[in-house]
Design a protein around this ligand. Sequence first.
Ligand code: GLP
Length: 242
Amino acid sequence: MEIVICSTADEAGEVAAARVAQVASQKEGPAVLGVATGSSPLALYRHLAARVQRGDLDLSGASAFALDEYVGLPASDPQSYASIINETVTVPLGLDPARVHVPQGSAQDLRQACEDYEAAIKAAGGVDVQILGIGSNGHIGFNEPTSSLASRTRIKTLNEQTRRDNARFFPTLDDVPRHCLTQGLGTIMDARAVVLVAQGEGKADAVAGLIEGPVSAMCPGSVLQLHRTVTVVIDEAAASTL
Ligand code: GLP
């Protein structure tokens, strides 16, 4: 695990974007990106978009797979992860929307949707570089504490802390969905490279658990200690309890 501590969140975004760009451009043929929602990767996406705009990076043939989606929010809802990925990733990076995939949280048959999602990742040849944030309780994607370390894409119940953390995007706490579809920890571990970004003091304990804690389902991010090619890019506040 490579740990990079930057003095500002913006610098962390720049360093993380450089790492993603490096993996994407080393790929023979179009890259497959794993993309995350949340505020953590926004600086990374901004810097990646700047590289595309400068003509330093071509992602026009790339495809992308999002980590997760709320159950019950239609893709057209502004708070659906389909909308957020479109706004923060697909448009700024100039990706072809037909090649950007998000789990189908409004499908009639959610179990089938999870199986189809795993199959689509496989058919694309697997994820070359997975971008991750981390929740304050150590979750990655929506793999909450106690998630199986070998889990695949499935339906999960969001825990109360995560619902409270995400309530700022909804009119009231009651409006925050209770269930989601998320890639499993086993799915995430299949990516050939991982770039995780975190900023701020609120993430310090999760980051310490991820890097220094025991590998445990209680801190799902800690499973990344078993991955061979992980870059963790954090600011000083997020590194404050290391
Ligand atoms: C969300 C997402 C995660 C994200 C995390 C942190 O609930 N499902 O993919 O990494 O929580 O969010 P933020 O970056 O806004 O702190």
